[in-house]
Each structure stands twice: as structure tokens, then as C-alpha cells.
Write a protein that binds this ligand. Structure first.
Ligand SMILES: [Zn+2]
Length: 389
């Protein structure tokens, strides 16, 4: 028996190494799908308008979760730098996911359910510190974006301040292939209950954070958790610290009670990085009219998601949600919040954004409104609310 042990261990190691090579890509192909059944065709007029948009930007993309080198183009899933350039995009928010309960759903999830990201990190062959520490996972993904940027020959800028953003805007005047991104976090459980980790993640470049994701955590209740509770003392402290640092508060996935409490507490406008609206799809995932009114009254921003759950599933449903928000509170609060790469099915990948412009035109949106939705609003928001330097 003893003689066999080395062989068994070697075989297990071999199986693990092969799994690392194959499984993450298979998983990504399975979970980030594009399903398009509409018949919208982009007219030359819409294409001209699309090509003239100088700052297409999006509030939510989970590309850093997967192990794929996003500086290289692939023909599956939603996003990579080359496709972002092809889509004439200027800026993407890269949101970091660190824990996701098995059987994740929009109604009710327990914090104690088996965590799929632990399994994913294991299968991705990431170092064992990432298997057990949520903070390390966040740090790893934040650093990954900086590495991708270094690899991309000065064509990708990690935006951490107003001056970085101005630099990106200026560079794009001569070369629209220069693109940028900023870092966000989905769920502040990666702080591991330590207030100083807000500053630590800020130092890693993180500029936006959602207090909760799919389950209740140390900060308070998730919209899909069990307790429905509001801010804890720790949550209260984190919000104040984020205000101090000019880190943008993202209300996506937060319980209704906690949304109200954060809006009362925060001295800065908030965003909802990826969401739908109850007015077009009644889901626990989506914002009520009252919430939309409160967020806009504080000069916030609402990123409309492209995924089933936020919307019914087609490009027209994305535009319906945008129209609903515009009619309720005005155009200045609408942004893109795709949720590309978020283990989601969407009707388009990043190169399909012209279909949204076409549908906006068809629905009677003016050119000014289209420019605002496709990125003008987010540009204005970040120029005002990112840290200055
Ligand atoms: Zn999400």
C-alpha cells in the first residue's frame, strides 16, 4: 500500500493540473452566455451616431473573476479588451466578486451555504491564500487589472482619480483605441470585518464598493439574504469611511431597509451599478419607484443591467427599463450596467452595444439623451465624485 501512495498522489496532482487547464474555461463558457432572439438591425444612421459617441462606459463587469487573459480576444462570453476597443468603449467598471453561495438566487441565500468561488479559485489553480481569504481574493483581482494594464502597451488606463479620467478623455481625442477601467467590489464581506481594509483596498485602486452581494454579511442585509436587516454598526462605519475616501457606494444587491439607511447616512451620491426596475420587471433584484426617486434626488446614477432577472431578456427590455427611469425622474440618472461576465445570460456581448442605440432611436430617444445614457452621465458623475488625484 505504501508503495502505491506516491503514484496515487501523483495521479491526483495530474488530474488537478489538467482540471486547472480545462475547467475554468468550460465554466466560463457555460455561465456567461449570449442569447439573442430579437430582430433589431442597426441602420447606417444609428451606426454613425454610435461611432460618434466619445465616452461609452459601463458600471458593471465581472471579468476579473474568471481566469481568462482579457487582453486577448476570444469568441465566447461577453468581454475582453480587444472587443471593448472594437465597441468604441471608453471605460468599464471591473467589479470584484469574492463569494457566491451555491444555488444562488434572487430570493433567499444563506451566508453559510457552500461558496462556489472557493471551488472556482481552487480549480483556477490560484494560490491557497485565495482559497480561504476573501480579502486576498479581492486584492488578487484588483492587482490583476493593474497587470492587464501593464501588458496592454499603454492602451489601457486604470482610472483611480479625476486626473486619470481627464487623461483618458484627452488621449482618446487622438486615439480611440485607448481604453480604461476602474475597480469596484461586489459585497464588502471581503473586508473580513476590518475597517482598515477599506483603506487597504482603496490603496489597491478600488473606487466603488457594494456593501452586500447575495447574502447578509457584517455590514447588513442583502436583498437576497435572510434577515432583511439594515446597517450594522460596522456597516455604518464602513459607509462613513467610504465617504471620507471618496469611494463610490454601490447599492446593488442591498436590502431595501439598508438602501434607505445608506441614503440617509451618506454625504455623497450613490450608484446602483447593475439593476432593473420593478416598474418593468417585478423582481426582488429590482428598484421600486420610491428608491429610484430617492437615488436620483441625491444625484445618484442607475446602471441598467442586461441580464435576465433585471430585465426579461432582450435588448428592447433594457431600453424599456431605461425609458421607465427617464419618465419617472429624468435622463440624467440613467447609465449602462451590463453585468457582463457576471455568470449571466445577456442578449449581447460588448460588441452588441450598437443594438441598444438602435432601439433607443426607435423608441424616440433624442441624440442628447442617447449620449447621456451610453456614457455621458457616468463620465459627468466620475469627474465629480472620484478623488481628485
Ligand atoms: Zn451582481
Amino acid at each position: 500500500m505504501k508503495k502505491k501512495l506516491p503514484y496515487i498522489l501523483a495521479s491526483l496532482l495530474l488530474i488537478y493540473l489538467v482540471a486547472i487547464l480545462i475547467v475554468p474555461t468550460l465554466l466560463e463558457k457555460e455561465t456567461n452566455l449570449v442569447q439573442y432572439t430579437n430582430t433589431i438591425r442597426v441602420t447606417p444612421e444609428a451606426k454613425r451616431l454610435y461611432d460618434s459617441l466619445d465616452f461609452i462606459s459601463d458600471l458593471h463587469c465581472d471579468a476579473l473573476l474568471w481566469d481568462r487573459d482579457i487582453t486577448k480576444r476570444v469568441d465566447f462570453a461577453h468581454f475582453d479588451f480587444p472587443r471593448m476597443q472594437e465597441a468604441n468603449m471608453a471605460l468599464q467598471a471591473f467589479t470584484i466578486v469574492t463569494k457566491s453561495p451555491k444555488g444562488q438566487n434572487f430570493r433567499e441565500n444563506s451566508e453559510d451555504t457552500f461558496d462556489m468561488i472557493t471551488l472556482l479559485n481552487f480549480l483556477q489553480g490560484r494560490a491557497p491564500d485565495k482559497w480561504f481569504s476573501l480579502y486576498k481574493r479581492a486584492e488578487f483581482q484588483a492587482r490583476a487589472l493593474h497587470k492587464y494594464s501593464e501588458k496592454y502597451d499603454g492602451k489601457f488606463i486604470v482610472v483611480t482619480s479625476q486626473s486619470d479620467l481627464k487623461q483618458l478623455i484627452n488621449l482618446r481625442k487622438d486615439d480611440t483605441k485607448v481604453i480604461g477601467g476602474f475597480l469596484g467590489i461586489e459585497g464588502a464581506h471581503c473586508l473580513e470585518g476590518k475597517l482598515e481594509n477599506v483603506q487597504n483596498l482603496y490603496n489597491e485602486g478600488v473606487r466603488m464598493m457594494a456593501p452586500t452581494h447575495f447574502f447578509d454579511n457584517e455590514l447588513g442585509g442583502s436583498a437576497h439574504g435572510i434577515s432583511g436587516k439594515g446597517l450594522t454598526d460596522f456597516g455604518h462605519q464602513v459607509i462613513k469611511e467610504m465617504n471620507r475616501l471618496n469611494m463610490i457606494i454601490d447599492l446593488a444587491h442591498v436590502s431595501p431597509k439598508m438602501i434607505d439607511e445608506i441614503l440617509n447616512l451618506s454625504t455623497k451620491p450613490t450608484v446602483v451599478s447593475h439593476t432593473g426596475v420593478k416598474g418593468t420587471k417585478d423582481s426582488p433584484r429590482n428598484l421600486s419607484d420610491e428608491q429610484i426617486k430617492r437615488i436620483s434626488a441625491s444625484n445618484g446614477l442607475i446602471g441598467v443591467g442586461f441580464f435576465k432577472g433585471a430585465i426579461a431578456g432582450e435588448v428592447k427590455d433594457i431600453v424599456d427599463a431605461m425609458k421607465y427611469i427617464r419618465d419617472l425622474v429624468g435622463i440624467a440618472y440613467v447609465a449602462l450596467g451590463s453585468d457582463f461576465e457576471g455568470a449571466a445570460t445577456t442578449p449581447i456581448d460588448v460588441t452588441g452595444l450598437p443594438l441598444i442605440v438602435q432601439k433607443l432611436i426607435d423608441e424616440g430617444f433624442s441624440e442628447i439623451e442617447i449620449r447621456a445614457i451610453m456614457g455621458g452621465n457616468l463620465k459627468r458623475f466620475l469627474l465629480e465624485h472620484l478623488p481628485k488625484d
